[in-house]
Design a binder for this molecule. Structure first.
Ligand code: NAD
Length: 398
């Protein structure tokens, strides 16, 4: 149970790159980070527009001397302070993540970076190596994954409550880019369909990396053996980036799965869903009803498990915040992710490997896995939507 008591000895001195006044995701970072007294926002290079960034930072309560025109200046100046930042969040468009993350690690900072972490596995592995060399944590903000009923799914699957996993049904779709209008008008949509800034994919990276990570969180033992991805650009100007994709997966244990990801699911306001079908029962979770989990045991009445109740697993209850009768949502999920990353950073600083080993949070490996997911999907799609063996760093070097 989280009740506001300190989880680490003092708040971490925290800076942000991006997430400025006009940014879509910046407030989610702040709402997550500032909840549990684990971070103090003391510096920022919040905006590509330096003046707007300074004004915004001051309005957030950051000292104007510590609102910097760019990340390079922030890392250099903060390093000269006795109490400069220790951790930085990166909430900028995808194409900037690699450069900023590497610069932050070189400056000795722990990093919390947006997804998709970078464009290629090679870059992601370089980040991991540098972080290891420097003894620093890299966390990745798969924000939805902080919904605690996902941990309940993990616990129940581990306890055999659904039997052997046979089918994995994943979906993250919406209709907000059903037409190309926003591609010209909306700054955040514009870069998402520009391969130089978005990387090798649109919805596969923007949406499905979340759901893919959540599937791994729920079923850490399940490894994809091969997949087939079929991707389309229904708004033609987006080509080669897809606004819709279907992916079929075969897992090493014989299970099969599919992922549907789309930004052209017209009329869809909420399309994130995870259904795991086992040999004797199924579990299903919807992002729009994050407090509930359906448990469907073959031959028995369907059960809805509800967040905050005492029949849930300890793994779930550890991050319970509001108790029964009240709804938790996305900002609680973000707070859980930020809290766990703070605990990881604190443990790293103290050399507490025991905590680090058991803590479940989206770490650098989760960041690498997201990049590999995109690479495998794109490789399949661009070779004519064929089955490809699922490549990971280990499988390539095996
Ligand atoms: P956005 O275009 O709305 O905002 C980007 C922000 O970064 C703006 O404030 C911009 O001024 C600033 N910026 C750009 N380049 C900068 C630089 N070099 N230095 C400092 N500031 C800079 O984008 P967004 O939708 O907020 O997406 C940002 C990142 O967050 C992307 O990687 C995206 O994939 C990710 N994202 C994640 C989630 C999630 O749920 N985790 C949700 C939305 C976006």
């Amino acid at each position: 149970m989280i009740n506001g008591e300190n989880k680490i000895s003092r708040p971490l001195r925290w800076g942000m790159v991006g997430g400025g006044r006009t940014g879509q995701v910046g407030y989610k970072h702040r709402t997550g980070a500032l909840r549990d007294k684990t971070y103090d926002l003391v510096a920022g290079a919040f905006d590509i527009d330096a003046e707007r960034g300074r004004d915004f930072g001051v309005n957030l309560g950051v000292d104007s001397n510590r609102c910097y025109p760019d990340f390079q200046t922030m890392f250099a100046e903060e390093a000269n302070l006795n109490e400069g930042i220790e951790v930085v969040s990166i909430a900028t468009p995808n194409g900037t993540h690699y450069e900023i993350t590497m610069a932050a690690l070189h400056a000795g900072l722990h990093v919390i970076c947006e997804k998709p972490l970078v464009f290629t596995t090679k870059e992601a592995v370089e980040i991991k190596q540098l972080a290891e060399e420097k003894g620093l944590i890299v966390g990745v903000t798969y924000g939805f994954s902080g919904n605690i009923m996902l941990l309940q799914m993990r616990a129940m699957i581990e306890q055999g409550k659904i039997g052997d996993i046979h089918l994995v049904d994943l979906q993250y779709t919406h209709g907000y880019a059903a037409t190309g209008d926003g591609d010209k008008k909306n700054a955040a949509q514009k870069w998402r369909v520009d391969p130089k800034i978005a990387g090798p994919s649109f919805v596969l990276g923007d949406l499905s990396t979340h759901t893919y990570y959540m599937s791994q969180l729920i079923m850490p033992e399940m490894k994809i053996k091969k997949l087939l991805c079929d991707r389309q650009s229904f708004v033609g100007s987006r080509y080669p980036l897809e606004d819709n994709a279907y992916v079929l997966m075969h897992y090493e244990n014989g299970a099969v799965g599919r992922m549907w990801t789309s930004a052209v699911d017209a009329g869809c306001m909420d399309g994130q869903r995870i259904r795991i079908v086992g040999s004797k029962a199924s579990l299903e979770w919807w992002d729009s009803k994050p407090n509930e989990l359906r448990y469907e045991l073959q031959g028995e009445p369907i059960q809805t498990l509800v967040r905050g109740t005492e029949y849930l697993d300890d793994l779930t209850s550890e991050y319970e915040r509001l108790g029964t009768l009240h709804q938790e949502g996305l900002s609680d999920a973000w707070a859980n992710i930020y809290l766990r990353i703070a605990i990881a950073i604190d443990a790293k600083k103290r050399g507490d490997e025991e905590i680090l080993d058991k803590l479940i949070y989206p770490d650098i490996d989760a960041g690498i896995a997201g990049v590999q997911w995109i690479e495998n999907c794109v490789r399949s799609a661009d070779n004519g939507s064929v089955w490809v063996e699922y490549e990971t760093e280990e499988s390539v070097h095996a």
